[in-house]
Design a protein around this ligand. Sequence first.
Ligand code: PEP
Ligand code: MN
Length: 286
Amino acid sequence: MNITNLHKETAPVTEHAADNPGGMLPRARVQIRDIEIGGDRFVVIAGPCAIESETQIAETASLVSAHGAQVLRGGAFKARTSPYTFQGLGLEGVRLMRAAADHIGMPMITEVLSERDVESMEPFVDAFQVGSRNMDNTALLKMLGDVRKPILLKRGFAATIKEWLLAAEYIIVGGNEQVVLCERGIRTFSNETRFTLDLAGALFARQETQLPVVIDPSHATGNPRLIPSLAAATLAAGLDGLMVEVHPDPAQALSDGEQALPPDLFREMMELLSRLAPATGRFLHA
Ligand code: PEP
Ligand code: MN
């Protein structure tokens, strides 16, 4: 697959768009089980920051599914800033999430932190997430080039677009073309939001590659009140979907509770997207 041509170090990053008069390359479609990302459907990936218990993941799965999310997310291996905070339930968490996803009939995605865990996680997951802090872990990227499951590659919060796309190429040249890019905010001098959402950068990445691009406004802002509008902006911008954190009771969450969408705000966001989708030529529900 012709992804970015960035491996030709002499070629400017923009050469690709110039080669394609329409400005857009033919789109790659990535399948997370029966859910296609990169087509006319705007895909919403939703779930808790971390899988905390059997009840919490089951409750969140049914809540996000009831409001129209198509893929369940949740972390079992957590890359926390502090080693003294909840680190996730590990493989047991992955199993609990698999059961919750199967119960509701949803595909699921979870983050793989280390090469060490790829093999044990693979039978349970529908897609792997590579977190922002691991974007340039080339050993992990190479290993994921060998698996036959889709990879959602988050942008490192201090990575340039070019570094992000080259990280994607590590997976692709390894033989796995099922890559979705996820912009999740970058570090800037602005600290009113947790990170700074680089919407233009996400659009640029989509124009310069064939890969689907989704936005994670939860980590980008750290502020649930900003999320429904940014979700609408993502849809209006023609990007491929969203990843958002939702918790049935954010005040009780073991990680990232302050940025989790409570059920009513998640419902509000989904209603807003449903109203907007027809005007953008996209759809949410099959
Ligand atoms: C996450 O999605 O759970 C996460 C840890 O995000 P990021 O890697 O973008 O910080
Ligand atoms: Mn989180």
